[in-house]
Design a protein around this ligand. Structure first.
Ligand code: HEC
Length: 110
């Protein structure tokens, strides 16, 4: 039954390809969800001197401080020319959720 075997093999191959894709999509949507619910209102339009998501030059300056500093300032808050509230003002977020949102914003600003 060469036909059946081919179908089975194809189904298995499709399942194997689908697996890692599902995993990475789930991770990306967490940061994206947090961003859209909590960070977007300031970072989309650059409200109150917030660095705009997608503004490559602005983020490059900030990224020069290092990723650890980016996470720390997002979690604890940061005040320079504007005011970044701790966890974007949503204290219910876990540190990991805030970090995922930072990753999402920076990924969009490269
Ligand atoms: C109320 C508006 C507001 C919200 C909501 C907000 N931010 Fe910000 N954020 C700012 C402002 C303003 C700055 C710039 C602060 C400065 O440079 O003085 C900033 C800066 C940052 C920086 C750069 C810090 C640095 O050291 O340069 C990161 C990273 C960041 N925000 C992440 C986030 C994340 C992640 C969220 C959502 C969980 C979020 N922000 C929500 C206003 C906001």
């Amino acid at each position: 039954m060469p036909l059946k075997t081919t179908a089975k093999t194809l189904a298995l191959a499709a399942a194997l390809v689908a697996l890692p894709m599902t995993a990475s999509t789930a991770f990306a949507s967490t940061g994206e969800d947090v961003y859209k619910k909590t960070c977007k209102m300031c970072h989309d339009r650059g409200m109150a001197n917030a660095p705009k998501t997608g503004d490559v030059a602005e983020w490059q300056k900030r990224l020069a401080k290092g990723m650890d500093v980016m996470y720390k300032h997002a979690i604890e808050g940061f005040k320079d020319k504007g005011m970044m509230p701790p966890k974007g003002g949503n204290s219910k977020l876990t540190d990991d959720e805030v970090k995922a949102a930072v990753d999402y914003m920076i990924e969009k600003s490269k």
